[in-house]
Design a protein around this ligand. Structure first.
Ligand SMILES: [Zn+2]
Length: 240
């Protein structure tokens, strides 16, 4: 099970869908610490899952900031947001995936779980099985990438490396949206490189000591007004 949803409601739906396909025991991988990927963990633990995998950075994020970030899921998972009701505890996985990665033999399927350092967050994990690559939110379809906890510089480099590793038959499963491919990863990569260039020009042109991008400046960037503002903020924070 790769990511567990925003809380018990989503996790319950996912669990039922899985149980229509298989009765086999499950292991969970959290690609990163964002609530919509990890707040369903308790539900899965209560339904027999013992092994949960995550990166060290994401485990720390969940431990230190998980409680404060409950509010992010308030519309989808009101009980989770309030920390009330069954399965609403934040469960931090114990199995830490370090730089050497983890290979899981699931019988007929082998999974490689690995990280590439910073990107969408401080520590995103990817999962590869044959020609299928699960990327978490390092790749996002149907909406702009989320830069809230991102290092856009590292992320764009990482996307370039991923594109190079993909072949024409690689099936890329993004953190949100529909299944995509190598070409899509390449587009997201080039878009981010161009956005970083634009963003650095915008930042260089700002009056000293303040930063308040204009609507026009936000429009130049490809990520919509809200994410583009966060994107610029992250550029400033990471390379002041
Ligand atoms: Zn995310």
């Amino acid at each position: 099970m790769i990511d567990t949803g925003s809380g018990p409601r989503e996790a319950g739906g996912l669990y039922q869908a899985i149980r229509k396909i298989t009765d086999l025991p499950l292991v969970v991988v959290n690609t990163h610490a964002h609530g919509d990927h990890a707040f369903g963990n308790s539900y899965f633990a209560a339904h027999g899952v013992q092994d949960f995998y995550i990166s060290a950075e994401a485990a720390e994020h969940l431990r230190e900031r998980g409680e404060a970030e409950r509010q992010l899921v308030r519309f989808l998972e009101p009980e989770m947001a309030m920390g009330k009701g069954e399965y609403s505890r934040i469960l931090v996985p114990k199995n830490i995936v370090d730089e050497s990665g983890v290979t899981l033999d699931l019988g007929s399927v082998t999974l490689e779980i690995f990280g590439r350092g910073q990107g969408h967050t401080g520590g995103d994990l990817l999962v590869r099985s044959g020609n299928i690559l699960f990327t978490g939110d390092l790749v996002e379809q149907g909406g702009p990438p989320n830069f809230e906890d991102a290092d856009p510089f590292a992320w764009s480099t990482l996307l370039g490396a991923l594109e190079a590793e993909c072949s024409s038959d690689t099936v890329v499963v993004p953190g949100h949206g529909h299944v995509v491919d190598k070409e899509f990863v390449g587009l997201q990569h080039r878009e981010m490189i161009a956005a970083i260039r634009e963003g650095q020009e915008i930042i260089a042109s700002r009056p000293a000591g303040r930063f308040d991008p204009t609507a026009y400046q936000l429009q130049i960037l490809p990520y919509g007004p809200e994410q583009s503002a966060i994107f610029l903020q992250r550029l400033v924070e990471i390379r002041p």
